[in-house]
Design a protein. Structure first.
Length: 314
């Protein structure tokens, strides 16, 4: 009798433990799926719900907040569109446990990306944007992106105004385009069509192995500040610069390093000499740095070492 009771208790204990274990496994691999829907209240996505599947048109209602917690992956299908433009999106995470917006299929990017993220007022810190068709801003709103990575997208980031620092753009068709504001300590590499199209200021940034590294656009009545390129590095791009042909006098290039590109490009001869200072210039098919305005050097290309971003290249 005693033995039977013991066996029954043991079996019950094992069953309870099994149920608990299955519950834990289920919670670890839980996912939250959205098809066509509207978020009608403030929403927070947590790691326990991750991955969040966007499989339709998901719209955040006006003046509401969508908070994406650390460790959350927001995963887009081919039909996925997440529109937060009417409200506010916040994804403030850590480098040890970042959040991500992805359009990968079996951990591989789809050519041109899949999934669209439409943003309004947005704050993003330590966020990965990977394999998406595009991250698109809306007119009249400002954003803040810091320490984020844009990889394997069709268009990494476009049509946004705000502040951008310590961003990386790699293996996109277009890294970032129609950007209004200040970019600091950003890196652009292996973007197959365009690394950056901008109206504003680019400081302490690096462009390497892109097709067209940097294109500037004509300032308008809203964005009428001159273009500043300061203390930046351009190496091994097909074309380094495509400066605004309508108003090159609005461009100021200083303390930058432009070397080993197939072509420099742009309309440098139309920029006032006073706006060009302390720059290294050269092209891939030339054996030495060439003079340009007030810059002269006979140092062979092979002996040059790219300067530390922000240092004096001379």
């Amino acid at each position: 009798m005693t033995a039977t009771t013991t066996t029954t208790a043991t079996t019950t204990t094992l069953l309870v433990l099994t149920i608990i274990s299955l519950s834990l496994v289920s919670s670890v691999f839980a996912e939250l799926r959205y098809e066509d829907t509207q978020l009608t209240k403030d929403t927070m996505w947590t790691e326990a719900e991750s991955p969040i599947i966007i499989d339709g048109h998901v719209i955040l209602s006006e003046d509401l907040f969508l908070l994406v917690d650390r460790g959350v992956e927001v995963r887009f299908t081919a039909n996925g569109i997440l529109d937060t433009s009417a409200g506010s999106l916040s994804a403030i995470t850590s480098s040890e446990d970042p959040s991500a917006f992805t359009g990968y299929v079996d951990d591989e990017p789809v050519p041109g990306g899949q999934g669209v993220l439409i943003i309004g007022k947005t704050t993003a810190l330590n966020v990965l944007f990977a394999g998406l068709k595009s991250v698109i801003g809306t007119e009249g709103t400002t954003v803040s992106f810091s320490q984020c990575q844009f990889i394997d997208n069709g268009v990494g980031l476009t049509n946004v105004e705000g502040s951008f620092d310590h961003l990386g753009f790699e293996n996109n068709v277009i890294g970032a385009d129609n950007i209004y504001g200040s970019l600091e300590y950003c890196e652009f590499s292996k973007n197959s069509k365009l690394a950056l199209g901008v109206v504003g200021k680019v400081v302490h940034s690096r462009f390497e192995s892109n097709y067209l590294a940097l294109k500037t656009y004509t300032a308008d009545s809203v964005h009428n500040a001159p273009f500043f390129l300061v203390s930046s590095v351009f190496i091994s791009n097909y074309q380094a610069l495509d400066l605004d042909e309508e108003n090159p006098g609005m461009s100021i290039l200083q303390n930058s390093f432009v070397i080993n590109n197939i072509t420099v490009g742009g309309v440098l001869d139309d920029i006032p000499a006073g706006a060009l200072g302390n720059n290294w210039w050269g092209t891939k098919d030339m054996g030495e740095i060439v003079s340009h305005f007030n810059i002269t050097s006979s140092t062979p290309v092979a002996d040059l070492v790219a300067p530390v971003l922000g240092s004096d290249p001379n």
